[in-house]
Unconditional design. Structure first.
Length: 145
């Protein structure tokens, strides 16, 4: 995508965002395949355009104690950095909830103006995710008076 097309999309309300994904796996192959599959799914997401992608080299790292207890003494780690264009804030929220980046930075525009509908839909998407966590036993809610 050239600079003029990028500028045009941002002027039309698209949001340029950098995201970082980190993963660990037991083998080099599984670690790399996992990130590639994740990237492929992101690329197939409607209303999202991946404009840059960069994989770090695989690194051997120490496993967490729970893995050591299972006899796993080494794991591999890799990082994927991407820059995307999201058609609007709601799509960026959906991308974040669906793909769980380790880090995220909105690069452009400097200001984002949300319609009431976009704000409400984004908040409802987050609430839905919280309800799914609670229903799966991963957590719950404290309701105060």
């Amino acid at each position: 995508m050239d600079k003029s097309e990028l500028k045009l999309l941002i002027s039309e309300g698209w949001i340029k965002c950098g995201l970082i994904f980190e993963t660990q796996g037991i083998t080099e192959k599984s670690t790399n395949e996992l990130l590639n599959k994740h990237l492929d799914k992101i690329k197939k997401t409607k209303h999202i355009k991946v404009i840059e992608e960069s994989f770090s080299t695989l690194e051997k790292t120490e496993p967490i104690p729970q893995l050591r207890e299972r006899g796993i003494n080494e794991v591999y780690s890799q990082i994927l950095e991407i820059v995307v264009l999201a058609e609007n804030f709601e799509e960026l929220v959906h991308l974040t909830i669906s793909f769980g980046p380790s880090a995220l930075e909105v690069l452009e525009p400097e200001k984002i103006i949300l319609s009431m509908r976009d704000a409400q839909n984004s908040l409802l998407a987050m609430a839905e995710m919280m309800h799914q966590f609670a229903a799966s036993g991963a957590g719950g809610f404290i309701i105060s008076k």
